[in-house]
Structures are given as C-alpha cells and as structure tokens.
Design a protein around this ligand. Structure first.
Ligand SMILES: [Zn+2]
Length: 76
C-alpha cells in the first residue's frame, strides 16, 4: 500500500507539496492549529518532507491500524 500523497485541508484535497508550503508559511504559533486530515479515515495527519529514502508524503499523527493508508517506517 502506498503512502498518502494527499490530505483533506478545510474540506479541500491538497497534495503533500501544498501542505508543506502551507505549514512553512504559517507562523510557528499557528502551525499546531493546522489540521490536515487523512483522506481515508479523517484522522489527523502531518506532511513529511522528502528525505534520502522516501519522497514527501503524509503520516498519521497517531498510527491508525484500521486505515488502508500505511505509514512508511522511517528506519527502513
Ligand atoms: Zn488514515
């Protein structure tokens, strides 16, 4: 199962690049109020920037085993 590349943000589907831009543009005190939601289960997710071994994607803030979207491990 692929990682999540989109989320729901104030009712709109946005991609991870947009979410990262939104978070980067927000004042630090407002960042915690940004609510990105999983497109599948609606639980809070956060955008993770691309790294050496993964492209940018969303991860659940709290793991949700019932969600079809999986969170790639950081340490693979
Ligand atoms: Zn989910």
């Amino acid at each position: 199962m692929a990682a999540a590349l989109q989320c729901r943000f104030f009712g709109h589907i946005i991609d991870v690049e947009k979410a990262l831009a939104v978070r980067a543009a927000a004042l630090p005190k407002h960042r915690r109020d940004l609510r990105f939601e999983c497109v599948k289960c609606g639980k809070p997710v956060g955008p993770r920037a691309a790294g050496e071994r993964h492209s940018a994607h969303f991860v659940h803030l709290q793991a949700n085993p019932d969600c079809p979207i999986t969170d790639p491990r950081l340490d693979f």
